[in-house]
Design a protein around this ligand. Structure first.
Ligand code: NOJ
Length: 728
């Protein structure tokens, strides 16, 4: 690899030699449906394309770029490789449920190797949009409702995709998206308006992007939405002042698909030329769609439209990435080495990830069923469905099998009878009745339900968060038999379970867990695997309770359940069931307080106990914090049950009195430990300057002196509380 100064010189030499049209050609990516004649586009000087589906096809386009264009500039080849190329890992939301960022780093590594082998050198992932509204279909693509979880998992993905060096043959460019606040779309309706306060923008939505930049992310994608009236694609304050100037981002800002064209419908641009002019002036570096140049070799922007220094800056950013990837030295892939079938190691990694993301939401001594001989009735549309890969799956990915098949392989002693009872949609109560008519003949019943993956992802918002079709009726019919039964739910967002949850003995959240998802579930049902995942998003009681999230502000009139929590600390995340007669408080009159299942909830087949939390020191000054001194928090957890299991320990803070109202809890650290029966482990955390403060409405980060609470435990429930005083 050539040294940085030599690379810089190469970039400057190229810039010197390129015409205005050649420069603008580098600032766009054409996507596949419009790739009528990719070869012509490349001959015409386009700098980036969507993946043409094989190493051989990519090599030919790279050859044209290298040999038939004036300066031989190789191509960026992009693709949405979100949770797998050939080996599909669990959807990102399920990965977040593992509370183990190492699984996402592994996913990204495997994904990068598979994608790079076919010529992809740029993925549009990770999505790190904090998502607090499960109606939004895209919650499946990100890491849930918490800012810190999105930061940690996003950075892990970036490390995995980009590897130790972009110059390594199996490294690809990552893309942190969508910049910014896309998760706040009003009403959870995709592409809808975002109106976000300055402090929420900074404290909730921007932080994961700062973490991605710190992790060295090579590209960032602008969001479709407006922020304070200005679409992100044309938002100089966001793209340049914050991302590039303040965060020091030196990579490429890419637009979203037709995001520049969409400025016309936003009503801020008169025509496409105007939209392009505004976007590049705001700080966009690559337009997604291929609209910058015209078919006759001209461009939509003249030298007077955008300052030439801005265009040079964008081209410089693009060329630097191409050099860093080593494409000038060798843009070709060996077609014989292209990974088209998952290796056994990749499958194993996908299985581990799927197992770690399983969340046991409820269990009244039904699970695990054990491996011994027994008659099991498997009902529900997910018994035979192979729709496990989830949103953003590649059409050429290795297909998954069904839960029924996986159970037969993993639990060979079971005598399994499979009846769907109902499909995903529609449904016939007579058929449901027939499916469970001989329930008494079975030792256990497993109900496999969920939402098909087509109901999740982009442009797939839902107004009703209940299971579609007659699946709830099926669940109730099984519960009414009184036989031991467990519901397994396959879905890509929090769902509403309130109409049936009290009737069922057990509920396992399985998500859309990818190629090995069904096997992971079969192993959890038998007990070969002990579920240890936790919810990365709150499960509401009702669709009209959203948005609902654990790190809400207290409000001036919080609803209180009598005797719920001492010391004026009210945490709606922990409340319910029950309501209150306290009239003038923040609540719904017709709904129990609090969520159905809070953020961080998840059970195990074993039990865990926490000893005292040790905080040291318990007093610290602002000056000490600023100088880098930290507060150490240590807690000891013991597996108090009979089985090996994983425990996620979380640390939350609460700033009790501040100049801006603060969330009732903020997650600042977590760790996942595997403990054998009776085993004890100590987890240690450090809290410093960056953990205790917040950004004010002027974008200034500050830690304010005063009393803090530190809550440590296995989630929001049952945490130990300690004090910390920050002195002026
Ligand atoms: C639109 C989506 O918003 C974005 O996430 C994706 O990367 C692009 N389409 C390209 O497929």
């Amino acid at each position: 690899m050539t040294s940085a100064p030599v690379q810089d010189q190469l970039v400057e030499n190229l810039l010197e030699a390129m015409t205005w049209e050649e420069k603008l050609g580098q600032l766009q990516i054409a996507f596949r449906p419009r790739l009528q004649d990719a070869a012509d586009l490349v001959r015409g000087g386009i700098g980036a394309i969507f993946w043409p589906r094989s190493a051989a096809a990519t090599n030919e386009l790279q050859r044209i770029a290298r040999e038939e264009t004036a300066h031989g500039i190789p191509l960026l080849v992009g693709l949405d490789v979100i949770h797998g190329q050939r080996t599909t890992f669990p959807v990102p939301l399920a990965q977040a449920a593992s509370f183990d960022p190492a699984v996402s780093e592994t996913d990204a590594r495997v994904t990068a190797q598979e994608a790079a082998s076919g010529g992809v050198n740029w993925t549009f992932s990770p999505m790190i949009d904090v998502s607090r509204d499960p109606r939004w279909g895209r919650v499946v693509e990100g890491f849930g409702e918490d800012t810190y979880v999105n930061s940690v998992f996003g950075a892990a993905k970036v490390r995995g995709y980009q590897g130790d060096s972009l110059g390594d043959p199996d490294s690809i460019l990552a893309c942190a998206k969508h910049f910014v606040a896309y998760g706040q779309a009003e009403g959870g309706r995709d592409y809808n308006t975002v109106d976000v306060s300055g402090q929420r923008l900074r404290n909730v939505y921007l932080d994961p992007f700062r973490a991605a930049v710190d992790a060295g992310v090579a590209t960032v994608m602008a969001a479709f939405n407006t922020v304070s009236g200005r679409p992100a694609h044309a938002n100089h304050h966001l793209l340049t002042s914050i991302l590039k100037d303040e965060f020091g981002f030196e990579g490429v800002v890419v637009g979203d698909a037709d995001g520049v064209v969409n400025l016309l419908d936003h009503g801020i641009a008169e025509d496409l030329d105007d939209a392009l002019r505004q976007s590049f002036a705001a700080g966009l570096d690559i337009e997604m769609g291929g609209n910058v140049t015209t078919s006759d070799g001209g461009t939509r922007l003249g030298p007077g439209d955008v300052p030439s220094a801005r265009v040079d800056d964008a081209v410089r950013r693009v060329l630097r990435l191409k050099l860093a990837l080593g494409l000038f030295a060798d843009p070709y892939r060996s077609p014989g080495d292209e990974v088209v079938v998952p290796s056994s190691e990749s499958r194993r990694a996908a299985l581990t990830t799927a197992e770690k993301g399983l969340v046991l939401l409820k269990n009244h001594s039904v699970l695990p069923l054990g491996t011994a001989r027994q008659r099991v009735l498997l009902v529900g549309p997910y018994a035979n469905s192979t729709d496990h890969l989830g949103a953003w799956v590649q059409s050429f990915a290795e297909p998954a099998g069904s839960l029924a098949e996986a159970i037969r392989e993993e639990c060979p002693e079971w005598d399994v009878t499979v009846r769907e009872g109902t499909g995903f949609f529609g449904g016939d109560l007579d058929l449901i009745g027939q499916a469970v008519a001989d329930a008494a003949d079975f030792d256990a019943i497993v109900v496999a339900v969920g939402e098909p993956s087509a109901l999740t992802g982009e442009a797939s918002s839902r107004s009703d968060l209940r299971l579609p079709g007659a699946q709830e009726q099926l669940i109730r019919a099984v519960a009414a038999t009184g036989r031991p039964s467990a519901v397994v739910m396959f879905n890509g967002r929090p769902l509403v379970t309130s109409d049936w949850i009290d009737a069922v003995p057990a509920l396992l959240e399985a998500w859309h867990s990818g190629l090995e998802g069904p096997r992971a579930v079969a192993r959890a049902l038998s007990g070969a695997v002990n579920p240890g995942g936790r919810l990365p998003m709150t499960f509401p009681r009702s669709s009209s309770q959203v948005p609902i999230y654990y790190d809400h502000e207290n409000t001036g009139r919080p609803a209180k359940v009598s005797g719920s929590l001492a010391g004026g600390v009210v945490d709606v995340g922990l409340m319910g069931p029950g309501n209150t007669d306290d009239h003038y408080t923040s609540k719904y009159k017709d709904l129990d307080l609090g969520p159905q299942f809070p953020f961080g909830h998840g059970l195990s087949y074993t039990t865990f106990g926490y000893a005292e939390v040790d905080v040291s020191p318990t007093t610290i000054t602002l000056a000490e914090l600023q100088a880098g001194r930290t507060v150490k928090v240590a807690v000891t957890v013991t597996n108090t049950g009979d089985l090996t299991g994983d425990e996620v320990t979380m640390l939350f803070i609460r700033d009790l009195v501040a100049s801006l109202a603060q969330p009732v809890r903020r997650l600042r650290a977590f760790t996942r430990n595997s403990l054998g029966a009776g085993e004890t482990k100590t987890s240690s955390f450090e809290l410093g300057w960056k953990d205790l403060g917040f950004s004010d409405n002027n974008g200034r980060y500050l830690v304010e002196p005063g009393a803090f609470e530190i809550h440590v435990g296995g989630g929001l429930e049952g945490t130990a509380r300690c004090g910390l005083d920050v002195l002026a």
